[in-house]
Write a protein that binds this ligand. Structure first.
Ligand code: GLV
Ligand code: MN
Ligand code: MN
Length: 406
């Protein structure tokens, strides 16, 4: 029997593994990541799966079926800083709950089920996202493993310190055809389902994103002695850039743009900021719209830097195009939603998800579960046990009726 109570308790249990006491921050390959993996491995085994951690740090559980290929389910186990407890975790825990329900009935399906708890989706530690799903999709360039975190530790070093062998990465990549489809349950992270009084919705596509880092190089100096007209203040220049990015993003209702991180150096009250780094994140449901925004932001940032006589370097950190969900999977999910007695609401995802990477090897689908106020990436993230129950029941119905297209 599916237990929504257990789903909620397991999300709570995972939330206790945090870098911050009293909050939730769990980044890739951290001590807390290891503890969360241990919990998930135990739950997977209890649900009748063979489970292990792969060479990139994903927790992978397999429930054998009568034949290949597998239906892959899952979501991520890492979090943003000061996160909510459902973004990612709900999808992993709900998928395990579905397998546990099958196992309890000793029911095997014609296909195997794999549940994956991806190690990195948020990209907080290494500023490059979806390392786990990109590795499974065979889309992770080995050069990426040289990327370092803020402390100068590379992904490769962090994997070794975690007890993993980066050379094993080759075996993580799945062959096209070995995964029949990827389906992810996730909180909506937006307000649409709540506004319409619906517990679940079927995702049509995941918006694309571009993530950039800008470095502005001015000149540090004494805050009391350098006259205003002789300064090259990198933070004042960055302030203009932030407003320009906001203006660009506001020009189209489909576009969003965020400067989520900014750092001024040397960072003292009596020193003119000599260097500033900030990030830009653009999202849109159309790739050309996003690309235009990136072009405009580059031009504006360069113009501001020139006007203020500061140096400027703009790096593209990562870009992923819009990932459409497969119509054949959407209609199977829609049938499951309708069978649970709810109208089928189709909606796009503004947030990024591992399906964007897995699309390289399989068709993808997503089921959204209503969250309170649409709030996410925030400790106030909240769902009801009743909605978790609808989500899990819908997912189980989808799994049990899953069919490959003729
Ligand atoms: C992941 O949550 C993202 O959309 O940034
Ligand atoms: Mn997230
Ligand atoms: Mn997520």
């Amino acid at each position: 029997m599916l237990s929504a109570e257990r789903i909620m308790q397991r999300c709570d249990a995972l939330a206790r593994h945090s870098e911050l006491p009293g909050g939730l921050t769990r980044v890739f390959l951290s001590r807390e990541n290891r503890a969360a993996n241990e919990l998930v491995l135990g739950w997977m085994r209890e649900a009748g799966m063979q489970a292990s951690v792969d060479a990139i740090g994903n927790v992978v559980g397999r429930y054998e079926g009568q034949q290949q290929p597998c239906l892959m389910l899952g979501s991520h186990l890492d979090t943003v800083r000061d996160a909510g407890r459902y973004d990612g975790m709900l999808g992993v825990v709900s998928a395990i709950e579905c397998v546990a329900a099958l196992h309890e009935r000793r029911k095997r399906l014609p296909f195997a089920i794999e549940v994956v708890g991806f190690g990195d989706e948020e990209g907080v530690r290494f500023a490059t996202t979806m390392l786990g799903s990109r590795a499974i999709a065979g889309a992770l360039d080995p050069a990426v493993l040289k990327t370092t975190d803020a402390a100068g530790v590379s992904i490769e070093e962090a994997l070794r310190a975690f007890g993993l062998d980066p050379a094993g990465m080759r075996d993580v990549a799945r062959k096209k055809g070995s995964v029949a489809a990827y389906a992810e349950l996730h909180i909506e992270q937006g307000p649409v389902l709540e506004a319409e009084g619906l517990p679940v919705g079927v995702v049509t596509a995941i918006n694309g994103f571009s993530r950039l880092r800008v470095t502005l190089q001015g000149e540090a100096g004494h805050a009391g002695t350098v006259p205003m007209n002789l300064r090259r203040d990198a933070l004042a220049a960055a302030a203009e850039c932030v407003l320009a990015i906001e203006r660009i993003a506001r020009a189209d209702v489909d576009l969003v743009g965020t400067v989520g991180r900014i750092e001024a150096r040397p960072g003292a009250i009596n020193v003119i900021p000599g260097e500033v780094q900030f990030t830009i994140d653009f999202r849109a449901p159309r790739d050309e719209l996003r690309m235009q925004a990136v072009g405009s932001a580059r031009a504006e940032v360069e113009a501001i830097a020139e006007k203020r006589h500061v140096g400027c370097r703009i790096e593209m950190l990562q870009e992923l195009g819009v990932a459409a969900c497969a119509p054949w999977l959407m209609s199977q999910l829609a049938r499951a939603v309708a069978a649970e007695g709810f109208p089928v609401r189709k909606l796009p995802s503004g947030a990024g998800h591992d399906g964007m990477a897995l699309k390289n090897i399989a068709d993808i689908a997503m089921l959204f579960v209503r969250c309170k106020g649409g709030i996410s990436h925030n400790p106030a993230e909240s769902i009801t046990e009743a909605d978790a129950a609808v989500g899990a029941r819908t997912l189980l119905r989808f799994i049990e009726n899953f069919e490959l297209p003729a």
